[in-house]
Design a protein around this ligand. Structure first.
Ligand SMILES: Nc1nc2c(c(=O)[nH]1)N[C@H]1C(S)=C(S)[C@@H](COP(=O)(O)OP(=O)(O)OC[C@H]3O[C@@H](n4cnc5c(=O)[nH]c(N)nc54)[C@H](O)[C@@H]3O)O[C@H]1N2
Ligand SMILES: Nc1nc2c(c(=O)[nH]1)N[C@H]1C(S)=C(S)[C@@H](COP(=O)(O)OP(=O)(O)OC[C@H]3O[C@@H](n4cnc5c(=O)[nH]c(N)nc54)[C@H](O)[C@@H]3O)O[C@H]1N2
Ligand SMILES: [Mo]
Length: 561
C-alpha cells in the first residue's frame, strides 16, 4: 500500500468512540452506521443533538440521512472523484490548514497539481452529485475546528478501495484533522476482534504487530522468540485462494470462523475451487455451508466459552472471560490449533511444540501466557498486561507499564515522520451496466442479521424481524418492469441467478438495486463480482451489473392459454 495508508498502519480508528460527541462536523461515507455499528451510530446522533453537523455520502437513503445537514447521493464506485473534488475546492479557495501541512505533510505541490482538473463539475458528471453540494460539503468540512471522517465497506469494497481510503486520508491531512480530539480518520471495523486478529498477524505479510515477514530483522526476531525458522514469503490473501486452487498452487485449506461459500463474492467460483482441494478442514461453532463440503470439521467453542482478549475498533484491548463451558466435544480455537500442531510434531510432519499437550480447555493462566508473549513481541502492547486490564481495557500503543494507553493516534506526529499526500486518479468499477445487465447491484447488511446468518438466523427474535432476502428497487424501475411490491423476481448477473421478492422503495436511486447478503436461499454472492483491488486484494462486493426479470408464473400462463 502507498502513502498515508502505510502511515496509518493497522486500519483501526485513529480516534475514540466516546470522542465522536466532541466533533463539529462528521463525514459519514459508505457506512450505514445505525444498522451496522448501532452504538457508534447513537454517538453520532448524540453529536448531532449537541450541534455537530452531519454530512452523509451514501448511494442509499440510510437512517442517518434523516439527521444530516447534507446528503450526497453518489453513484456507487465514484467516491474517489467525489473526495478529490472536495480537496480541489479546499485548495482552490485556500481553506486548507497551511501550518499543519507545512509541519506534517509531504508531496503537497505534486498532490495539489494532481487535483487541477478534479473540479466539482467534473465530479458531478461522474458521481451524479450536484457540484454545488460538493462545494458545500468541502467548505463545511474545511471550516470545522474538529472534523471526523467515518467510513466502512461502502468505501473499501471496490477495485479502487485503497485509493478511496488514501483520498480520505488526504482530506483529513490537508484540513489538519489527524491527531486531534473529535476528528480523525475512522474506519469502523466490522467483526468482533478483527482488530485483534490483524494485530496478531492474521494477514499474509505480517508477523504480530505489523512487522513484515520480508524484513530481515523482524524475521530474525521472531525466529528467536519462537525457536524455529520462519518464512520470508508473504502468503496469499483469502480472496486470491480460489484461483490459486484452480491453478494447482494450493491443495489444502484450514478455514477457521469463516463461511466463504456464502460470503465470498462470486461464490459459485469459490465453491467449485474448494471442491477441488485435496483436503479441506473447517473449524466453526456451527455446521456451515462450507463445513458441509469439508473433509474434516473441527467443532470450536464460542466467545462466551473461552478466555482471552478482544481488541475493538478503537484499539482497546479488553479481557474476555469464559462464562459457560463449551458443549460436547467443542474446544476453544487455541486448544484445537495446539492439539493439531502437537500431533503433526509427533508424526514428524512439521508442527511446532507450542505448548503443553494436550490442552483441552484454555484456562486463564495459559491465555495470559500467550498475551505476555505477544506483549514482548510488539512494543505497542508491551505496557499491557492481564492485571492492568482486569476491569477496564487499554488502547494501544501502550509501550510501558506506566503508560496510560493512546486513545487518539498521531497527536505528536506520524510514525513515518510526515504524512505523504498521494495523488489519486479516479478509476471506475470493474463492471458497469450495459444493455444486457442494465442495473447496478450493491450489497450489504441489515440491522437484524449478521453476515451468512449462521448465528443470527438461529435466533427466533432476529429471524422474525428480518426473515427474508429482498431486492430494494426504485419505484420507476419497478414500474418499467411491471413489478409490484413483494413480487418474486429473478435477479441475474454474468455469474449466477437468484430469486427473491422486490421491495419497492425510494431509498435507492433509479438504476441502482440493493440486496443484503445474509440469506443462503437467495445468496447474492452468486451474482457479485470477484474483481480485486490490485493493492489490498479486497473484492468489489459493492458494484456489479445485473438484470431483474419478471417471473411469468404457471398460473398466469394457464389462464392465458
Ligand atoms: N447488523 C449487522 N452489523 C454488522 C455486520 C452485519 O453483518 N450485520 N457486519 C459487520 C462487519 S464485518 C462489517 S465489515 C461492517 C460493515 O458495515 P457497513 O459498511 O456500514 O455495511 P454495508 O451494509 O456493507 O455498507 C454500508 C453502506 O455502503 C453503502 N454503499 C454502497 N456502495 C457504496 C459506494 O460506492 N460508496 C459509498 N460511499 N457507499 C456505498 C451502502 O448503501 C450502505 O449504506 O458491519 C459490521 N456490523
Ligand atoms: N456481497 C457481499 N459479500 C460480503 C460482504 C458484503 O458487504 N457484500 N462483506 C464482506 C465482509 S466485510 C465480511 S467481514 C465477510 C464475512 O464473512 P464470514 O466471516 O464468512 O461470515 P460469518 O457468517 O460471520 O462467518 C463467521 C463464521 O465463524 C463462526 N464462528 C463464530 N465464532 C467463532 C469462534 O469463536 N470460533 C470459530 N472457529 N468460529 C466461530 C460462525 O459460526 C460463522 O460460521 O463477508 C464479506 N462478504
Ligand atoms: Mo467485514
Amino acid at each position: 500500500m502507498t502513502g498515508l495508508v502505510t502511515v496509518l498502519g493497522s486500519g483501526a480508528m485513529t480516534n475514540t468512540i466516546n470522542g465522536i460527541v466532541d466533533s463539529d462536523v462528521m463525514l459519514v461515507i459508505g457506512s450505514n452506521t445505525t444498522e451496522t455499528h448501532p452504538i457508534i451510530g447513537l454517538r453520532m446522533l448524540k453529536a448531532v443533538n449537541n450541534g455537530s453537523k452531519l454530512i452523509v455520502a451514501d448511494p442509499r437513503r440510510i437512517q442517518l440521512c434523516d439527521s444530516s445537514e447534507l446528503w450526497l447521493q453518489q453513484r456507487p464506485g465514484t467516491d474517489g472523484a467525489l473526495i478529490n473534488a472536495m480537496c480541489h475546492v479546499i485548495l482552490r479557495d485556500g481553506l486548507e490548514d497551511k501550518e499543519y501541512i507545512a509541519e506534517r505533510a509531504e508531496n503537497f505541490e505534486a498532490f495539489k497539481a494532481s487535483l487541477t482538473d478534479c473540479t466539482p463539475e467534473w465530479a458531478e458528471q461522474i458521481s451524479n452529485v450536484p457540484a454545488a453540494d460538493i462545494e458545500q460539503a468541502a467548505r463545511t468540512f474545511a471550516a470545522a475546528e474538529r472534523a471526523g471522517i467515518y467510513y466502512t465497506m461502502g468505501i473499501t469494497q471496490h477495485t479502487s478501495g485503497t485509493d478511496n481510503v488514501c483520498a480520505l486520508a488526504n482530506l483529513a491531512v490537508i484540513t489538519g484533522n489527524l491527531g486531534k480530539a473529535g476528528a480523525g480518520l475512522n474506519p469502523l471495523r466490522g467483526q468482533n476482534n478483527v482488530q485483534g486478529a490483524s494485530d496478531m498477524g492474521c494477514m499474509p505479510t505480517f508477523f504480530p504487530g505489523y512487522q513484515r515477514c520480508d524484513d530481515e530483522a523482524a524475521r530474525k526476531k521472531f525466529a528467536e522468540i519462537w525457536g524455529t525458522p520462519v518464512s520470508d514469503k508473504p502468503g496469499l490473501m483469502a480472496t486470491e485462494m480460489p484461483d490459486a486452487i484452480t491453478n494447482g498452487k494450493l491443495a489444502g485449506l484450514w478455514i477457521m470462523g469463516e463461511n466463504p461459500i456464502i460470503s465470498d463474492p462470486n461464490s459459485d467460483h469459490a465453491r467449485k475451487a474448494f471442491e477441488q482441494l485435496e483436503c479441506l478442514v473447517v473449524q466453526d461453532i456451527f455446521l456451515t455451508e462450507t463445513a458441509e463440503i469439508a473433509d474434516v470439521v473441527l467443532p470450536a467453542a464460542s466467545f462466551a466459552e473461552k478466555d482471552g482478549t478482544f481488541t475493538n475498533t478503537e484499539r482497546k484491548v479488553q479481557r474476555v472471560r469464559r462464562a459457560v463451558p463449551p458443549p460436547g466435544e467443542a474446544r476453544d480455537d487455541l486448544s484445537i490449533i495446539n492439539m493439531v500442531s502437537n500431533r503433526m510434531l509427533g508424526n514428524n510432519r512439521g508442527g511446532y511444540q507450542g505448548s503443553r499437550d494436550p490442552i483441552y480447555h484454555t484456562v486463564p493462566p495459559f491465555a495470559a501466557e500467550i498475551f505476555t508473549e505477544s506483549a514482548s513481541c510488539w512494543p505497542a502492547l508491551t505496557g499491557i498486561s492481564y492485571e492492568r486490564i482486569d476491569e477496564e481495557g487499554l488502547c494501544w500503543p501502550c509501550p510501558d507499564a506506566d503508560h496510560p494507553g493512546t486513545p487518539i493516534l498521531h497527536m505528536g506526529g506520524f510514525p513515518r515522520g510526515k504524512a505523504w499526500l498521494s495523488a489519486i486518479t479516479w478509476t471506475g468499477p470493474a463492471e458497469l451496466p450495459d444493455e444486457e445487465y442494465p442495473l447496478i447491484l450493491t450489497t450489504g447488511r441489515v440491522l437484524y442479521q449478521y453476515h451468512t446468518g449462521t448465528m443470527t438466523r438461529r435466533s427466533e427474535v432476529l429471524e422474525e424481524s428480518a426473515p427474508s432476502a429482498y431486492v430494494e428497487m426504485h419505484p420507476e424501475d419497478a414500474k418499467s418492469l411491471g413489478l409490484e411490491d413483494k413480487e418474486v423476481v429473478r435477479a441475474s448477473s454474468r455469474r449466477g441467478m437468484i430469486q427473491l421478492p422486490v421491495r419497492v422503495t425510494d431509498r435507492t436511486n433509479k438504476g441502482l438495486v440493493f440486496i443484503p447478503f445474509h440469506y443462503r436461499e437467495a445468496s447474492v454472492n452468486l451474482l457479485t463480482n470477484d474483481a480485486l483491488d490490485p493493492q489490498c486484494k479486497i473484492a468489489e462486493a459493492k458494484v456489479c451489473a445485473i438484470k431483474i426479470e419478471k417471473i411469468e408464473s404457471e398460473s398466469v400462463e394457464i389462464t392465458l392459454n
